[in-house]
Design a protein around this ligand. Structure first.
Ligand code: ZN
Length: 278
């Protein structure tokens, strides 16, 4: 059965629409409290999820502050220029292979965390984030989804000045300032998605729609990305991949994030991130 894995007070919890269930408690200690240990045992999470209806919840979701579902990914990858519409607005060429960069794990924060602006060139990028649940190397694209535990909403907040301060640009630094990686609100297992290859992605800034597309428009699909990256680095449970952003980013219009801006990122069938810029 499908599950939604969240993080409350650095403890792995399963959530339904209104409540959360502490994974260490409901598994009688079979799984510890660490979200990183939970994601390494997807089979147990599926089993636990099937029993939630008959278990006493640990608490109510309302009023609980969620942390990043995957708080300490061993590797955190980003993909640049992976939607044709975004390639066009960036006035770049369509990549022949996935443009992979590192989004430092230290930038990963939760679904309602503040984004601490460090320059006047911060930009939003709404993205589907894929979470690895089963290790693999040289994964066949036909089997890629078997290695994916689930997906999250993500914001690949990007400091454009820093990103393009050098030639060639250093994507990794520009996308890795502290707090520039909101994720969540929970990891949704792929069997809960209506169409795992066509997930709707949207971004609003202060209530104004800026980005909207489907992951069906990805140049390099989720299976292709997982397979490709696994030829370079053996993938491990808890590794995450920001799969790229559709058109509508601020830099294309010279429209950067300011203190007080509210960035809302929605992945249909998953959930919403609400991050305030400070
Ligand atoms: Zn991005």
């Amino acid at each position: 059965m499908g599950f939604r894995l969240a993080n409350i007070d650095n403890r792995a919890v399963l959530v339904d629409d209104t409540h959360f269930y502490d994974v260490a408690t409901i598994s009688d200690g079979a799984l510890g409290p660490d979200p990183m240990a939970a994601i390494a045992d997807v089979a147990t999470l599926h089993t636990l999820a099937a029993s939630l209806a008959s278990i006493e919840p640990t608490g109510a979701l309302a009023g609980s502050v969620l942390g990043p579902p995957i708080p300490r990914p061993r590797n955190s990858f980003g993909i640049g220029l992976n939607y044709r519409s975004h390639v066009a607005e960036a006035d770049m060429e369509v990549p022949k292979v996935p443009l992979v960069f590192t989004k430092f794990p230290s930038c990963i924060v939760g679904p309602t965390a503040d984004v601490e602006l460090r320059s006047e060139a911060a930009d939003y990028e709404a993205e589907l984030v894929v979470v690895i649940g089963r290790a693999g190397r040289d994964i066949d694209p036909a089997n890629s989804w078997d290695h994916v535990a689930g997906v999250m909403a993500g914001q690949d907040i990007s400091d454009r000045a820093l990103q393009f301060a050098a030639k060639p640009p250093h994507f990794d630094l520009g996308k890795s300032r502290d707090t520039y990686g909101p994720t969540g609100p929970w990891l949704t297992s792929t069997d809960l998605l209506e169409d795992r290859d066509g997930v709707q992605i949207a971004c609003d800034v202060n209530g104004e729609r800026r980005q909207e597309d489907s992951s069906a428009s990805l140049i390099f699909s989720v299976p292709e990305l997982v397979a490709y990256i696994s030829t370079i680095a053996t993938l491990a449970p808890g590794d995450i991949i920001f799969t790229g952003t559709p058109e509508g980013v601020g830099v294309a219009q010279g429209n950067f994030l300011k203190p007080g801006d509210v960035v809302t990122t929605t992945i249909s069938g998953v959930g919403t991130l609400t991050n305030v810029c400070r």
